[in-house]
Design a protein around this ligand. Sequence first.
Ligand code: PLP
Length: 389
Amino acid sequence: MTIDFTATQLATRAIHAGQEPDPVTGAVVPPLYLTSTYKQDGVGNLRKGYDYTRSGNPTRDSFDAQLAAIEGGRYALAFSSGLAAIDVLLRSTLKPGDRILLGDDVYGGTYRLLSKVFVPWGIGLDVVDVSNIDAVKEAFEDSDYAVIWVETPSNPMLRVTDIEAVSALAHAHGVRVVVDNTFASPVLQHPLELGADDVVYSTTKYIGGHSDVVGGAIVTNDEATRDAVAFLQNSAGAVPAPFDSWLQTRGLKTLELRVRRHSANALAVAEHLATLPEVERVLYPGLESHPGHDIAARQMHGGFGGVVSVQLAAGREAALKFAESTEIFTLAESLGGVESLIEHPAAMTHASVAGTTLQVPDNLIRLSVGIENADDLIADLDQALERTK
Ligand SMILES: *Cc1c(COP(=O)(O)O)cnc(C)c1O
């Protein structure tokens, strides 16, 4: 029996889409196909279309099908990293002479790729606060853009952009809308339903979910984009290894449970931090005091994600000391794994944007709140803050 996934909820799709038991042995978990090539039954006579793993691999296909079903998108394509996915999507949708409008708070590597690689190849780059719809409108009136790039919630300032409003405005100007949905994950936010054209993920984060694999993905409903992306993926070769695809398939099965717990823990941590005098500002869309809270409450479902940023009243040195003083939170880059992490963006993840319009405050600390016990996490942050004095 094949399940009609359109009639099922996300948690069901996550477990079953693309995960049919092995037809040969009945193994409930589809096999991990560790092979680079496939026996042909005659010259060019391929079994199920497979000839070489760069072009196609059943384990990768199983992950693609599962992700597309969870996202509610027609096509998903997996890559060897989030940046590999971003690179291929940009090269598939932009040509020299085109301009892109980028949010002014994005993953540092996205800005580095655009400013250091794409700009020298002839792409125009402008940066605005895309969470401010008037600023977006003004930019669209001033210049012609091929693409607007939105991260919401954004990294690391947790700004919230109204995807529906930006998409309507962009489409009225003939601009394509890409949403980096890494922070929300496909559990909390569905940009395609809100009008976005393409979605990208660093699957390294919540989708993999266990800090043991690097990967990326593109999801789209547009067949022409899917074809262009698949062509460049095969031509340039940034595909995930079968084992990496298998790990991400396993991660997706528990994504909903994990993201709900990440979100609940993050809200508890944010609410607690907001009561402390050492904390100048807590940035978390789940707090009613957050300027994007109402939009986030409308476009995110079941939580506001696991990332919380804080600015410390005592400044940079106190922030560095805080990041070095936790015992359960591990001092490390990245986010979205089961374990809690702490980092100083200005010196770590966002060091590459220092001196640009994307520079982040140096009293800022980013927390990736894991799925440990929330009281233990809060106690750890309290003792670390005590040591900054
Ligand atoms: C990590 C991250 C990326 C880059 O993904 P990699 O898997 O590290 O290449 C892109 N966007 C966001 C929002 C990220 O957090």
